[in-house]
Write a protein that binds this ligand. Sequence first.
Ligand code: M6R
Length: 366
Amino acid sequence: EKAGYTHFMQKEIFEQPRAIIDTLAGRIKSGSPEVFLPDIGLEDEVFKSFDRVVMLACGTSYHAGLIGKFLFEGLARIPVEVDLGSEFRYRDPLVGPKDLVVAISQSGETADTLAALKEATSKGATALAICNVVGSSLTREASGTLYTHAGLEIGVASTKAFTTQLVALYLLALHMGRLRGNVSDEKGIELVDDLIKLPGLLQEVLDKEEEIKKIAEDYCQADDFLYLGRGLCYPIALEGALKLKEISYIHAEGYPAGEMKHGPIALIDEKMPVVVLANNTDVFEKVLSNMQEVSARGGKLIALTEEDNSAALALADSAVMIPAAPQTLAPVLLTIPLQLLAYHISVLRGTDVDQPRNLAKSVTVE
Ligand code: M6R
């Protein structure tokens, strides 16, 4: 059943190129700027005319929502709010008929996400689900569902469900951007072609498993980890930290790199590994100065960056190279080394990777 892999989590990490191909299938085609999403069950006129998007989710799916905000705001120029199911449902939220609610869930059975979606629809909002399980409760409550075709995910730590959620959000945002007139034909074709290239780029990162395993060996004894990123990569820092803590039981925090000086910098010493998402973006110079701050305090820098990024490489104690990719898709690529790092650290520490203590695959109680 594990197809030669040691754990389901490892198998599912390696299934990601295929999962993304399946999630894209039939929805885009090379050379065309259009996105075909008949399953969302909303007329184009309706889908394009909301005033706001509200994303609701928990855990890893919430991190996907945080990235979704960048994608919708960037491509469709629509304001987006992202909230946790457990928070939204209890705060008498301001939501109504002009809002599109996008509830994101691998299982479709997460109690808090379901209740949050019901709260929004009871106030007149239209609900869409992004979900991996056909016919699950969430999909029955929503007016339409964009399925992620990740296939069955068994490992409690979500991996392929997350990256396919990112792809689904990208498709939805691009579709809305087209309908709202914000994405030209030329730009649309370019974005679609970027998506088509994504599974191949992901495979290139997966091929670095041995390198990442070596980094895991170097740092598996640490008691605390910090993950830093900016912009679109900040939610990936959160996700990297969540992955590590849930399966290795090491304390880990994800932080927006610019916030480091407002507190977490006090934690940094030579025992603290700091994973930095240091890929080429508009804010790279800012990330670089955060790296300098860590380095000056003796912190150990593990950088995820591109081969030609000599500034990041010069500062890093360890590095994982990711292939050059468009800024909006880089978060998907950066997720892979973080999954593999958490996985190998956990294996080295001898924890139960697929069934970590105290956790359930779907949280059907509040
Ligand atoms: O099934 P869902 O996507 O609604 O689950 C939400 C969270 O419970 C889930 O992502 C959890 O955080 C995972 N264990 C993360 O790896």
